[in-house]
Design a protein around this ligand. Structure first.
Ligand code: ATP
Ligand code: MG
Length: 398
């Protein structure tokens, strides 16, 4: 049997009347306050600006609004007020000649409109409660729609990943064995067959290098598809970052890049797969290095916090992941490079998206990194900084 929810339809309301005509305001006041009382709080404003001030300072649930005020006329009044107070229930109080305006107001967020002189306290009470209920349902519907949209995009994303992951691991397994044979063969030739021909040696070394590179891509693809096999240990994030830095030391010194560190002391340990997290940081460092000319700068900041203060920037799937009881470690890595064009930024986590195809980019770095971080229960955000360059923010749950 469905459970009946009892609603209190005689509950006194918190009301504002926005009306510059004193007679009309008085009529409403007596309807709202004379017994049986409709309003427990009644505020009266005669301009839009004073109404906004009252609404900012008081808990008001419903506004009875005249659209033509000294400081705002017609439709603009409702547009402004419903934009500023999206949860407020709005009922328009119009003169008889403003029928059209009343109807238009409904499409802009008002719940109903009253015709001055055509209602009494009984009708007013009924309309106000009906409007409140409609507004409540409208908000619920909007929230349900937002949740549905979020869930849908998460589903699409995870289906996309499943397909890519499945395809990738299939191809990778098939290619890995022949690659190993080529690598074994070419290494054998380099070591065993000595020839005094420079060209011959160069060709063999080129083959070996290309094979190693292909092998690296295949390994990335396999990583991407098999992240459930993780080997987590209690580790210090600072050690992992320092190790990752040492792995890109060559590129850092070649490009004369200044590394500016700001590490909080005594950070808590994290349960992480050290090799995978190293892989994430190496990619982020390389992305930063490749985005800059010589003499660039990379900033690394590590701190712990109970909240991630840039929640808005999180992907929708991650927004509700962190609650204030969870301690987080936040790593921010920023560069002063050329940044990411705004129209490309939504694609940077897509597998095989790269702007460096001609110079060795495969486009797996960030998609693999995202997978790794999310498999650790964390989140990664990469965005342009206001001035120049990019900032990557990685959030780990302690
Ligand atoms: N710090 C950054 N500055 C500018 N662009 C960046 C930065 N980080 C990522 N990008 C952009 O995002 C793209 C994707 O990055 P990702 O790491 O996934 O791939 P890649 O670096 O191109 O190749 P791979 O990492 O597989 O070798 C890059 O090609 C680049 O266009
Ligand atoms: Mg990369």
């Amino acid at each position: 049997m469905s459970k009946k929810i009892k609603k209190d339809y005689s509950r006194p309301l918190d009301v504002i009347v926005v009306e510059d005509n004193q007679v009309d305001a008085r009529i409403l006041e007596s309807m709202l306050l004379d017994p049986p009382t409709i309003a427990k709080t009644l505020k009266i404003a005669n301009t839009l600006s004073s109404a906004i001030k009252i609404l900012e300072e008081n808990e008001i649930e419903i506004a009875i609004l005249d659209l033509n005020l000294p400081d705002s006329k017609g439709i603009d009044t409702i547009v402004e007020i419903s934009k500023k107070f999206p949860k407020l229930t709005i009922v328009i109080n119009t003169g008889a000649y403003e029928d059209e305006l009343g109807l238009e107001a409904l499409s802009l967020g008002a719940q109903d409109f009253l015709l001055k002189g055509k209602y009494n306290a009984y009708v007013l009470n009924k309309i106000l409660r009906y409007c409140l209920e409609r507004k409540r349902l409208e908000i619920e519907l909007k929230q349900a729609y937002e949740t549905l949209k979020d869930t849908q995009s998460q589903l699409i994303e995870s289906e996309k990943m499943k397909v890519v992951g499945g395809l990738a691991s299939g191809v990778a397994h098939e290619v890995k064995n022949p690659l190993a044979t080529i690598l074994y063969g070419v290494t054998y030739l380099i070591e065993q067959v000595k020839m005094d021909d420079d060209k011959y040696n160069l060709v063999l070394n080129n083959i070996k290098e290309a094979t190693n590179r292909a092998n690296g891509i295949i390994t990335d693809l396999l990583d991407f598809a098999s992240l459930n096999k993780m080997n987590r240990t209690k580790s210090n994030i600072v050690d992992v970052i320092e190790k990752s830095l040492s792995l890109v030391h060559y590129q850092i010194s070649k490009n004369v890049i200044d590394i500016v560190k700001d590490y909080e002391v005594d950070l808590p340990l994290l349960m992480i797969d050290v090799n995978r997290i190293e892989q994430v940081f190496v990619n982020i460092f390389l992305n930063a290095i490749f985005s800059m000319e010589k003499n660039g700068k990379i900033g690394i900041r590590i701190h712990s916090s109970f909240i991630f203060d840039n929640k808005q920037a999180l992907p929708s799937a991650a927004k509700d992941k962190f609650n204030p009881e969870q301690k987080l470690i936040i790593v921010e890595i920023d560069d002063v490079g050329k940044g990411i064009p705004e129209n490309e930024i939504s694609r940077i986590f897509d597998p095989f998206y790269t702007s460096r195809r001609g110079s060795g980019g495969v486009g797996l770095g960030l998609s693999v990194s995202k997978n790794i971080i999310e498999n650790h229960g964390g989140s990664i955000v990469v965005e342009n900084k206001a001035d120049c360059g990019v900032i990557a923010k990685l959030i780990f749950i302690v």
